[in-house]
Write a protein that binds this ligand. Structure first.
Ligand code: NAP
Length: 331
């Protein structure tokens, strides 16, 4: 594989709307110890990319200003000390940044092998969701077979994958979305109930679907007034997982409800987790989840693939709520 010295990659030229995303010339990076250079075939678009573009989230010090937290491609070069990958390996990489580019650097330990038969578009849409859903639903939330989970934002990138991962694990899923026309598809993906939160009270649906008991786990990215209602929807001993707060981060929590129902609250963000934590998760995902990806029981819902140069359009579509599942950018 011939590796050029420079490339055109997407950066935000200043904090702002989608129009600030531009192609800029950057050197093709050289992998350092423990890193690989990946020839990117597809890069997933995530909501945190929007926050970075707006200047509300920053890459860690020393990390490239090129956007993109996940990519799929082929390893083109390996850095010192890398044992587990070689040139030509097909990988799905969780990235500290840099995915919106034809070439990117990935920590070798945060790369997952691409199962045979998976195409690059699907593979590029997976890493951020696999790590996020694995850590939240199964590590923090300890979701088990036969339990019921309420998934908010179910039509989004994280939500659609969460439905499939929970369903594959034998859990019952109740999914919420803002558009009625998406509900049938959410059920086809594995939800036992799918409701439009603009028309239907999710607390009532959760109670009805569980014989009045409530759900065991809530995956929440809405925050705001949802939290109180999530507590109402939870069963005794339920677990509440906060991924984000699309409706606001300030909430009033009724401790009495929390204590009487013995609820537990969990929250996390993936990006600032340590390298060791991400490595630990990567090996567990490889062992427990990738076999289900390989046999197609778990797969992403890719809404559309767009050329890399259309990154601004991708962000406009995401922010307008037009994306059902994930967008991927193809260099
Ligand atoms: N903590 C972590 O480690 C982590 C990792 C990745 C992502 N995240 C966060 O998780 C969230 C989802 O990420 P994503 O990439 O899946 O984004 P996404 O594809 O844009 O999905 C977000 C979904 O949330 C729903 N939504 C938006 N505003 C809402 C509101 N006010 N009330 C109710 N639902 C609303 C939308 O569904 P409808 O159009 O159907 O309303 C949308 O499908 C983002 O906020 C992201 O920052 C957190």
């Amino acid at each position: 594989m011939t590796i050029p010295t420079s490339m055109q990659a997407i950066v935000a030229r200043e904090p702002g709307g989608p129009e600030v995303l531009v192609l800029a010339e950057r050197p093709v990076p050289t992998p350092g110890p423990g890193e690989v250079l990946v020839r990117v075939h597809a890069a997933g678009v995530n909501r945190p990319d929007v926050m970075q573009r707006e200047g509300r989230a920053r890459p860690a010090p020393g990390v490239t200003d090129v956007l993109g937290l996940e990519a799929a491609g082929e390893v083109a070069a390996i850095g010192p000390g890398v044992q587990r990958l070689q040139a030509g390996s097909r990988v799905m990489a969780l990235l500290p940044g840099g995915g919106y580019a034809p070439w990117c650097i990935a920590p070798a330990n945060h790369c997952l092998p691409m199962p045979a038969g998976l195409d690059f578009a699907d593979a590029g849409a997976l890493p951020e969701g696999l790590f996020t859903v694995w850590h939240n639903l199964f590590e923090l939330g300890a979701l088990k077979m036969g339990e019921t989970v309420l998934i908010h934002g179910a039509a989004g990138g994280i939500g659609t994958l969460a439905i499939r991962m929970a369903h594959a694990a034998g859990a019952r899923v109740i999914a919420t979305a803002g558009r009625t026309e998406r509900l049938a598809d959410l059920k086809a993906m594995g939800a036992v109930e799918a409701l439009c939160y603009k028309q239907t009270d999710f607390v009532a649906v959760c109670r009805e679907a569980t014989g009045g008991r409530g759900v065991d786990v809530v995956l929440d990215m809405v925050g705001g007034d949802y939290v109180k209602r999530n507590f109402e929807a939870l069963a005794f001993g339920g677990r509440h997982l906060s991924l984000s707060f699309l409706q606001g981060s300030q909430v009033n929590i009724e401790l009495l409800t929390l204590m009487q129902k013995q609820l537990s609250l969990h929250s996390s963000t993936l990006r600032p987790q340590t390298d060791d934590e991400k490595t630990r998760m990567a090996r567990l995902i490889e062992r427990h989840v990738l076999p289900l990806v390989a046999d197609r029981r778990i797969r992403p819902r890719v809404h559309q693939s767009l050329p890399l140069a259309d990154a601004a359009r991708a962000h406009r579509l995401l922010e307008a709520g037009e994306v059902f599942g994930k967008l991927v950018l193809v260099p």
